[in-house]
Design a protein around this ligand. Structure first.
Ligand SMILES: [Zn+2]
Length: 276
């Protein structure tokens, strides 16, 4: 069976966000991926910027954050933030970590992936083109969120997350549901030869990932969605358990911030995932 395409776009109390239909059907989680619509920030951060420390007003970002939590029915004090460095470190978090990032100093440092088996612990990771990977093991009731930019993708953070879930909680990849969220698409993600070569080194099926010469000479286009899907299927996740949002942050200026398109002057979206 094929991979599923499409996250669903929702609006609640004026806040727009995307959900994964397969995750929703389990009834086990509250989750969402934010858009830029429904917040109070202005200019390049307009309007639902969730990036703290990106030059936006802290009050505005906090208001945006509270709105997004309310839309997802998540208590903001139950959230735990990542601290992303385009690495491949994944951390198991629990009840004692609630509030880290939003309301108190955090010792979760240089961590691109979060995982938990505890209910009411809301994992939060941040994006402006990189690929959000959502994991749900409905059998052992384990969730994870990983931030996979191109560096994370070639570092195999997706398969490392699954391995970690297996080691810590006995997760079997064939039972996992996966969501590959809105991020820079093969239409817009253009790289130089050295980056393309890194993909060719890591992926056997690199012909499916490095799609064709780029728009400019000497450039290549890379399909990060495909790269992550293939990586997870290789681990044993069935194709039909994978939902690819298929929404490009670079193309959809109406919905998303994009680091590339906006040349670094932009806001952040967030992924949130919590076991009920
Ligand atoms: Zn695009």
């Amino acid at each position: 069976m094929e991979r599923s395409t499409g996250f669903e776009l929702r609006q609640r109390q004026g806040v727009w966000y995307c959900v994964i239909p397969s995750f929703e059907r389990t009834g086990l989680v509250s989750h969402g991926f934010s858009t830029r619509k429904g917040g109070v920030s202005s200019q390049q951060y307009g309007t639902l910027n969730l990036g703290f420390n990106k030059g936006d007003s802290q009050d505005a970002v906090m208001e945006n954050f509270l709105r997004f939590c309310r839309a997802l029915d998540i208590n903001p004090h139950d959230t735990v933030f990542s601290d992303q460095v385009h690495g491949d470190k994944i951390m198991v978090v629990g009840g004692g970590d609630r509030g880290k990032g939003a309301f108190r100093e955090s010792d979760i440092l240089r961590v691109d992936g979060l995982m938990t088996q505890e209910p009411q612990v809301a994992l939060v990771t941040f994006y402006a083109d990189c690929v959000p990977l959502f994991f749900l093991d409905p059998v052992h009731r384990v969730i994870a969120l990983s931030h996979a930019g191109w560096r994370g993708t070639v570092a195999c953070i997706g398969s490392k997350t699954l391995e970690e879930m297996r080691r810590e909680f006995g997760t079997r990849p064939e039972e996992c549901l996966i969501g590959i969220g809105p991020s820079i698409g093969p239409c817009c993600f253009e790289v130089d030869l050295p980056v393309a070569q890194q993909f060719a080194k890591v992926f056997d099926k690199y012909e499916d990932i490095i799609i064709k010469p780029g728009l400019e000479p000497g450039k290549y286009r890379v399909d990060l969605w495909m790269a992550n899907a293939l990586q997870l299927e290789e681990m044993g996740v069935p194709s039909h358990h994978i939902t690819v949002a298929g929404m490009c942050t670079g193309c959809r200026e109406d919905l998303f911030f994009s680091h590339r398109r906006d040349k670094g002057r932009t806001g952040r979206m967030a992924a949130m995932l919590m076991l009920k």
